[in-house]
Design a protein. Structure first.
Length: 681
């Protein structure tokens, strides 16, 4: 029977579960998602930073540790937490395996450290000193019972020494505090401390993914537009011939839109027209024909063998192939006749087509996840994912995941991750913020964002701060795309080549994960279907296009150089240290990234400062006010700023610098900042 609480109610579950002797309180633990309902995210090569509020009643000294293990391990490892001040504590622990980790925090009153601190501070003499020494001796004697071997013998010796000192003090001899401060005694008492007053938090979870989940550069390409022969559409073999180009640009993920057979019923014509002409290839997202569905390959592109060869060829270039998971069907998909209950039927007997008002997709049937036959539907969709994993694909871009049940994704990703912890899922989640966030909590490795529609300095500062700092950053990894086949923002339409250049620098340096839809991006293709539309004119979604990637107007050189910089500077491979710096011109943006304990780089220096002119049509200038201590730079000493895009080195001193950027020539600086005592102002 628990004692009644002051309000007459029952104690909380946490209090009821703890020993009555447990005194420390643990709260505000991170990284924790929804109080542990979901796993936080980690990646190989990135230490896990754990923080918590830890305190107790009275002035007693506390000690605390993080207990962690991979789910497949039987024993816990520990690492100490250190106080940051104001009862906040922090520790880091390494992760060396993919998959689910568990961690908890244990805090306890350190009786010996509390005694030692009081003994040293009081500087007591005579009888009081004798009592203090006997108290210390008793604490050590208790630790003897918890020790074995050499430690037990050594603790016995320390206990005897304290008792002898007590007797000497009683006889009037002068005793110093040296014996209490002995480092060996402190170590042994720390290792054998009592857990009688310990409080242990609940166990939390962390999903560790491979590095590419944290750091990647995506390039989207329509295979049918890769043919060098104008009389035929492209194939997987043609994509293979483009791998050198993609590798030269510096991308490590090549994303292909759906590669399956395309339906003919209600096929869309050019620019999404409901009227077609002979030869219109249709939208790749209208999946399925009598030739097969989600596990079949469009014969116009090649065979499954050709695809597997492309996967291997891409890997040899340091590139991974990402496929599109679009869980929807054309009216000709085999599932329509084989599993009619998987689709919503209207009163007239027809099947409801997909809509996203004002858009209508007459060529697509959405799956009905409310079907009574939902279990077989879920199992079939899982089998689709398994099929492509078996073909060597380990990265998937998921089309419109927010239009499917969130619990479905939680189940699907968790069940597949058990057997395939190396698989990465990118959510194309252009939806409401809480839904987008929940998809990340459900297990998606990365997510599209609202970056495309964030263009002013205030918008970019506010939004990127939100998605790259806790608590959102504990589970959400942004993947920034300046364009997609569906989105040609008005900034790109009206800003021309400089707009593409500045948006590229922003996407590739604000986030460790980013992507572009090319070749339209590097060629600055910007004509909309009609005024006010974000759809491309002559959209590649509905027709085969020919691209001259050798054009001298291409942004290929800039793209290649920035990707090279990203690979060379570890600071750009993380989001946790993104910091914005004040500018006196609101059309310019300055931000930095560096290394710290959250990135595993606290022992090395890598500081990158990016300055961007957000106006693609006008020369802008102004003064940037740098937070030098945040960058690890001594404000009293000069430092060097090297523009990694041009190689020009500047000597700076103090926290302010004047910047001028002509978007027609160079819309951005990407500086490496180094403190160099040889540089003079």
């Amino acid at each position: 029977m628990y004692p009644l609480m002051p309000n007459g109610g029952e104690p909380s579950a946490a209090v009821a579960a703890a020993s009555g002797r447990a005194r420390p309180v643990i709260s505000g633990v991170r990284p924790v998602v929804d109080d542990g309902a979901f796993a936080a995210k980690g990646s190989l090569g990135e230490p896990v930073v754990v923080e918590a509020n830890i305190f107790t009643d009275g002035p007693d000294v506390l000690t605390a540790e993080v207990r962690f293990r991979h789910r497949g391990e039987a024993t816990w490892k520990t690492t100490p937490l250190r106080p940051l001040g104001n009862d906040r504590w922090r520790a880091t622990f390494p992760v060396s395996e993919l998959g689910r980790y568990q961690f908890s925090i244990r805090a306890m009153v350190d009786d010996f450290a509390t005694w030692r601190r009081a003994f040293v501070l009081r500087g007591a003499t005579g009888y009081a000193l004798m009592l203090d020494l006997r108290v210390g001796s008793e604490l050590v004697r208790r630790a003897v019972d918890r020790a074995t071997g050499a430690d037990r013998r050594q603790l016995n010796e320390f206990a005897g020494a304290l008792e002898a000192a007590a007797e000497a003090a009683e006889a009037g001899e002068t005793i110093t505090a040296e014996i209490a401060a002995n480092p060996d005694l402190s170590r042994l008492m720390s290792e054998r401390r009592s857990l009688g007053t310990a409080t242990t938090s609940r166990t939390y979870h962390l999903d560790v993914e491979r590095e590419r989940a944290r750091f990647s550069s995506w390039y989207e390409l329509f295979p049918r537009s890769t043919s060098p022969d104008p009389d035929r559409s492209g194939t997987f073999a043609d994509v293979e011939s483009r791998l050198d180009y993609v590798a030269e640009l510096g991308f490590d993920v090549l994303y292909l839109p759906p590669i399956h057979p395309i339906g003919t019923t209600a096929r869309k014509g050019r620019d999404g027209s409901t009227e077609t002409t002979p030869g219109d290839p249709g939208s790749p997202w209208a999946i399925g024909s009598p030739r097969g569905g989600h596990t079949a390959v469009n014969r116009d592109l090649g065979t499954l063998t050709d695809l597997k060869r492309l996967v291997k060829a891409a890997n040899s270039h340091g590139i991974e192939l990402a496929l599109d998971l679009a869980f929807q069907c054309s009216p000709d998909h085999p599932w329509v006749s084989e599993h009619p209950s998987w689709f919503k039927h209207l009163p007239d007997g027809t099947i409801q087509t997909a809509e996203n008002p004002p858009k209508r997709y007459e060529d697509i049937y959405p799956l009905d996840f409310s079907t009574p036959d939902w279990r077989s539907l879920w199992d079939e969709l899982r089998a689709v994912n398994e099929f492509w994993i078996d073909q060597g694909v380990r990265i998937f871009r998921v089309d419109n995941p927010h239009t499917k049940p969130l619990r479905f994704w939680e189940w699907l990703i968790a069940s597949l991750r058990e057997a395939h912890p190396d698989v990465i899922w990118l959510a194309e989640a252009f939806t409401r913020p809480r839904v987008m966030e929940h998809l990340a909590k459900a297990g998606f490795s990365q997510s599209y964002t609202y970056f495309t529609w964030r263009n002013t300095a205030d918008e970019l500062r506010d939004y990127l701060t939100e998605i790259t700092t806790p608590p959102v950053a504990d589970y959400f990894r942004p993947n920034l795309w300046p364009n997609t086949p569906d989105i040609l923002h008005e900034v790109l339409q009206h800003g021309g080549r400089p707009a593409f250049a500045l948006r590229f620098v922003l996407a590739s340096t604000l986030s460790a994960n980013y992507g572009i839809y090319g070749p339209p991006f590097e060629l600055s293709v910007r004509e909309p279907r009609e005024p006010g539309s974000e759809e491309y004119l002559h959209s590649e979604k509905f027709e085969v296009r020919r691209w001259d990637t050798t054009s001298p107007a291409s942004l290929a050189r800039l793209i290649s150089r920035v990707n090279e910089i990203r690979r060379a500077h570890r600071a750009l491979q993380h989001n946790r240290t993104l910091r914005f710096h004040r500018f006196d011109n609101d059309r310019m943006l300055a931000y930095s990234k560096s290394l710290d304990e959250s990135t595993g780089g606290e022992q090395e220096s890598d500081v990158v400062l990016i300055v961007v002119n957000l106006d693609p049509s006008v020369v802008r200038e102004g003064t940037v006010f740098l937070d030098l201590p945040t960058l690890g730079i001594d404000p009293a000493r000069p430092y060097a700023a090297t523009d990694l895009l041009t190689g020009i080195k500047y000597s700076w001193s103090g926290s302010t610098s004047f910047i001028r950027l002509d978007p027609a020539l160079q819309p951005a600086h990407v500086f490496s900042i180094e403190q160099n005592p040889e540089v003079t102002a």
